[in-house]
Design a protein around this ligand. Sequence first.
Ligand SMILES: [Zn+2]
Length: 379
Amino acid sequence: MALNADRLSRTFVALCEIDSPSKGEGKLSLFLQDLFRGLGADRIFADGSAPLTGSDCGNLVVRFAGSRSDAEALFFNCHLDVIHPCAGVKVRRIGDQFSSAGNTVLGADDKAGIAILIEVLTSLREEKRPFPPVEFIFTTCEEIGLRGAKAFDPLSLTARYGYALDSTGIDNVIVGAPASCAITAEIHGLAAHAGLRPQHGINAIHLAAQAVARLQLGQLDADTTANIGLITGGTATNIIPDYARVDGEVRSHNLLTLQATIAHFQMVFADVVAGWHDPAHLISTLPSLVFAAPEQYPLMDLAVDNPAVVRARLAAASLGRSLRFIKAGGGSDANIFNAAGLATAILGIGMENVHSTSENILLPDMLRTAELVSSLITC
Ligand SMILES: [Zn+2]
């Protein structure tokens, strides 16, 4: 098929140089609406998620009916937002490599995916190749808690399975991702002057520190990781702190291990707080704990016979390629879609060093992904 490398490059650079921070995706959304109108999309609409996400626009849904309108529809997903620092991106191209010319990220995460989808659709239409109904769902606020995907109504799509173009590497298909729960432990102690009345205080930070020191963190087993990422509390060095808050997360591909780890963490905090004693018998109150572990995103686990996996294998075979089907440690829109009944596999699109100012991507890798996407649509 005739993918146009120059056109893909131009599209990619244009997308990267449109500011689209989380909650500020509106300008990019309008640009894409115009572009897809020009490409003859049959339906373009922004959903009503903006009040829920805090963005200046909704998720953007684009549908091409295709000439094989009786065939099964499939969808592709990218997110519109880019992680900070992302204001005023200027793209530098050296040879076939794109990176940021300044102190910003490049935004290949996830604009390389969007550019690839545009190039594939453009070339399919140019060549008048028959294709089934194809839908695009471009989400807002992915980088700040998958908010767009969480606020998206899966019934806005007719397709029941598809692909997110949102991972590093090339010829990778991510079929499993962990579930994640946030951990919040708030310890309430008792304030007192640290120098004059120390025996009248309950040091919440000290209790938090004892609990954190007892937790096992990092890679707990092959499926599970745990982290404490934030500790807050206290007001001044001469005041015994009456409050400390510990924030962290647990992720696992195994839901039983996830729940057991969270239960253990809660038990450790409760045990430390309950174990406090008042050596001078001067305090009439006790420290207390408020522990919460809300879900951040659900488990993603596609079976080998899932239609998204089967179609990926077919599409790669028709290109004479083989793909690596892997489990990854991150959470993305695909976790949310899968839990909502939209089977979604994640494709590696060649972006590297994402979420950093050294983010980069190679044009040949974008073209290779575009070939795969084209094959997914037409196979
Ligand atoms: Zn991304």
